[in-house]
Design a protein around this ligand. Structure first.
Ligand code: C5P
Length: 222
């Protein structure tokens, strides 16, 4: 049985979440979606009427918010101050503002502390995000960095949203690019593979193929 920690980092639209859930289910491990925590923090910021670009106000607002996420791969629990925001965190408004909120160092410190505490009490776990292998869990058993071509990522996201019109797919592709550039170029904990990460390219693999590959890596490293 698997007893370690798997980190799964990479840009948007690589199928990270589905893969992370699949791997967790396969390994009988807990699952932590750290993107959901930054998205929940963004809900708190928007609901307070705070400008996501105002770092001080963002930091204060998130510090005062109670952000809760579950660690069970089968159910999605995301709450802000006791209110279920699981559906809202996937909306365009939150998606547009989340990179600005997650670039605020005080927000990162708060959520990283919370992530480490959740992991400490979770046992075997799969943790998904951008900086898990580099910052949150530098001693993880297995670090995976998931990539895919920009076209494959835009197509995957379009499929999830039921979008087929080429001009709408192009808008999605532009949004993915904008968010990744922002996440990769920020000062604090930029998106990049850890030095000891295994890079898995999902462009030509289906979801099950990626899950199988990560499970194989996880069970052979322990
Ligand atoms: O993975 P997801 O698309 O839900 O992440 C949303 C945003 O949260 C990312 O674009 C990034 O700005 C931020 N994020 C982060 N660090 C993480 C996870 C997510 O900065 N560990």
């Amino acid at each position: 049985t698997f007893r370690g920690q798997v980190t799964l980092d990479g840009p948007s639209g690589t199928g990270k979440s589905s893969v992370a859930r699949g791997v967790a289910a396969h390994l009988g491990a807990a699952y932590l979606d750290t993107g959901a925590m930054y998205r929940a923090a963004t809900v708190a910021v928007l609901d307070a009427g705070v400008d996501p670009a105002d770092a001080d106000a963002v930091a204060r607002t998130v510090a005062a918010a109670r952000i809760e996420v579950g660690t069970d791969a089968a159910t999605e629990l995301v709450q802000v101050d006791g209110v279920d925001v699981a559906a809202r965190i996937r909306g365009v408004e939150v998606t547009r503002a989340v990179s600005a909120v997650s670039a605020v160092p005080a927000v990162r410190r708060q959520l990283v502390d919370q992530q480490r505490a959740l992991v400490a009490s979770a046992g075997p776990v799969v943790v998904e995000g951008r900086d898990i292998g580099t910052v949150v869990l530098p001693d993880a058993t297995l670090k995976v960095y998931l990539t895919a071509s920009p076209e494959a990522r835009a197509q995957r996201r379009a499929g999830q949203l039921g979008i087929t019109a080429p001009d709408e797919v192009a808008v999605l592709a532009a949004d993915l690019r904008r968010r990744d550039e922002f996440d990769s170029s920020r000062e604090d904990s930029p998106l990049r593979p850890a030095a000891d990460a295994v890079v898995v390219d999902s462009t030509d693999l289906d979801q099950q193929g990626v899950v199988d590959r990560v499970v194989e890596l996880a069970t052979s490293t322990v």
